[in-house]
Design a protein around this ligand. Structure first.
Ligand SMILES: [Zn+2]
Length: 237
């Protein structure tokens, strides 16, 4: 399925009317609807920022971090046109929306950005340690993201695979594994349509288990991996 581009979804989240084609697509595509919802959350956050909080522009290092984290090339990372289209809304929304438009949503990165500029972002002190795209495995057509965060003393794995359908007589399990997948640790359940926020076992060396895998499991009492994976991704060291 071809999806509307991120800039259009960002504009819809800002309250611009959707084109007929985009509206029809959104009616049919839960992945894009949830993206608009996420972008809407970014916009809401941005609108709570007062003039006192308002930075003129993101520090270059922050933007470079966003670009690096999102794994973008120069062309994809260009924000000029979107920024110009949105200029009348002011610099904060301009770059927030631009950041959102390249796929950096209301997660830990934005929290960090707002926090670093003295903004009114979430009081959550989550620190993003690593992120990875989750790519389709075998016949799967699904994609998602994984992120490891430090929240105080806890490490948390966040996993989102927006389009996952319900499993008949089963469920999705999130695993972390050694790079060769020879040793796998079951981390928790991912329900379709939800983001899994999973506390990692204290003492687990996440660097030794950088492979994030989501499998289809059945209510069969077998605690091992079913060997049917839908997405997989490797967290950077
Ligand atoms: Zn879509």
């Amino acid at each position: 399925m071809s999806h509307p581009d991120e800039a259009d979804l960002a504009l819809i989240a800002l309250g611009e009317p959707a084109s007929a084609a985009d509206a029809a697509h959104l009616a049919a595509c839960s992945r894009c609807r949830s993206r608009v919802d996420q972008l809407g959350a970014v916009v809401s956050t941005a609108r709570t920022i007062t003039d006192e909080d308002r930075p003129v522009a993101p520090p270059a290092a922050v933007w470079e971090g966003i670009v690096a984290e999102a794994g973008l090339t120069g062309a994809q990372a260009s924000v000029t046109s979107l920024d110009q289209r949105r200029r009348r809304r002011g610099p904060v929304l301009g770059w927030l929306v631009a950041a959102a438009a390249v796929g950096v949503l209301a997660g830990a990165t934005l929290t960090t950005v707002l926090g670093s500029t003295g903004g009114t972002g979430s009081s959550d002190d989550a620190q993003l340690l690593a992120t990875a795209p989750l790519e389709p495995v075998a016949e799967s057509a699904y994609q998602g993201t994984a992120a490891v965060e430090q929240r105080g003393a806890e490490s948390v794995l966040r996993v989102s695979v927006p389009d996952l359908p319900a499993v008949e007589d089963g469920y999705y399990e999130v695993w972390m594994a050694t790079p060769d997948a020879s040793t796998m640790v079951a981390i928790g359940t991912l329900n379709p349509g939800e983001e899994a926020v999973l506390t990692l076992p204290v003492g687990m060396d996440t660097a030794a288990f950088p492979l994030v895998d989501v499998s289809v499991e059945h209510f069969d009492g077998d605690a091992g991996h079913s060997a049917v994976s839908v997405v997989r991704g490797l967290l950077p060291a």
